[in-house]
Design a protein around this ligand. Structure first.
Ligand SMILES: Cc1ncc(COP(=O)(O)O)c(C=O)c1O
Length: 370
């Protein structure tokens, strides 16, 4: 049985809704900023998690040097709010996106990422037309098996080739160790973190030996960030989900329930069978993201044995142990599996302090997915 401060649903909120425990948010902001500062690396948090201008600004106040975004639309929202240093960590292709990038570059410091010459050709042509060299981070695969060539000679050969393009400047090597979520132990996460950093540093060394200096080494996921102080040669950290924290991080025991700033507020609407209760929050509220280590889609903040076992769009099916008493009409808060996917589904998040709504956070970048 675990109670956390601000773990109940304030009276003024109708359900389903997403609450943000503001004190926990603040602690998470401080903790990651301190980790980065302690390791002597620049912090460039990924704003995909919250898409809220206010939180991005809090991250900058806590010492972030800039932000990371994956979506051009989300970057545009942040830039319009005055955030002027953005890594667009996503390959941009096509005339429409390049035109928007050109517009963004007029007022904002933007670096982009890519891992393929066809993408870099478009970026370089844009750079040439603007009479500038667009800073580029080359994405390297360190185990997620998403974008990126392999570390070492494979990526070094790519960078040697790309550095001949006149409209870009290869500024950095980047990787995202999202596969750390699949680790079974904290020691395994530590090994992923070490591999993430060492792979990039080794590639950087190969490039230096061939006369190419790539100054930035950019890593980051909220799980591997815990070990940033153990890595050498890293210059930049891009953690994102740490701001809210979620069941994905809780599952590894690297945070406590009290660190989970995001809670999903729901009401019990039916108790049709023993051991089952139905809440008014389904996949439209929780998203359908699974957790690789834990069953279901969320857990009751007061008792982690009460799990959101199945979801339909508007219904969440709770598994309720025999010794737990719930009532129809009861309002409950749940720690969701994946905070980034949850905020993506909501126009606003309710910032809670001392049991009351202290601030309504608009998800400013919501829907800006192009
Ligand atoms: C490129 C990149 N960098 C950083 C992050 C942040 O990772 P996390 O949310 O685990 O902190 C992500 C998340 O998906 C990402 O894709």
């Amino acid at each position: 049985m675990r109670q956390v401060a601000d773990g109940h649903v304030p009276e003024s909120i109708d359900t389903p809704a997403v609450c943000i425990r503001l004190d926990a948010l603040e602690r998470n902001l401080e903790r990651m900023a301190a980790l980065a500062a302690g390791a002597g690396v620049r912090f460039r948090p990924h704003i995909k998690t919250h898409k809220c201008v206010w939180i991005a600004q809090r991250q900058l106040t806590h010492g972030a040097a800039g932000i990371t975004a994956a979506k051009l639309g989300e970057a545009e929202v942040m830039a319009a709010a005055g955030i002027d240093d953005i890594l667009l960590a996503y390959p941009l292709t096509g005339a429409s996106k390049l035109q928007r990038l050109a517009e963004l570059l007029r007022h904002t410091k933007v670096a982009v990422s890519a891992d393929h010459p066809a993408v870099v050709r478009g970026l370089s042509d844009l750079g040439e037309s603007l009479k500038r060299r667009i800073p580029l981070y080359v994405d390297v695969n360190t185990g997620l098996n998403r974008c990126g060539r392999e570390p070492g000679e494979d990526s070094a050969a790519l960078v040697r080739h790309l550095s001949r393009y006149p409209g870009i400047e290869v500024r950095g090597l980047m990787t995202h160790a999202g596969h750390a979520a699949g680790c079974s132990t904290v020691e395994e996460i530590r090994r992923v973190a070490r591999h993430e950093a060492e792979s990039l540093v080794m590639t950087q060394r190969l490039l230096r030996e061939s006369g190419i200096d790539v100054p930035e080494i950019s890593v980051g996921s909220s799980l591997t960030a815990a070990f940033i102080g153990e890595q050498s040669g890293v210059t930049e950290l891009r953690a994102g989900a740490y701001v809210f924290a979620d069941r994905g991080q809780l599952a590894h025991g690297m945070i406590a329930a009290d660190d989970c700033a995001m809670l999903v507020a729901a009401t019990v609407v039916s108790m049709p069978r023993p051991g089952t209760a139905i809440i008014d929050a389904g996949s439209k509220t929780f998203s359908s993201d699974p957790n690789r280590r834990l069953p279901g889609y969320g857990q009751w903040v007061d008792d982690g044995r009460v799990v959101v076992e199945r979801l339909n769009e508007e219904h969440g099916m709770l598994r309720v142990p025999g010794d737990v008493r719930l009532n129809v009409g009861q309002r409950m808060q749940f720690i969701p599996n994946h905070c980034c996917a949850v905020s993506n589904l909501h126009d606003r998040l309710y910032g809670i302090r001392n049991g009351k709504v202290a601030r309504v956070l608009t998800v400013d970048g919501r829907g800006r997915s192009q």
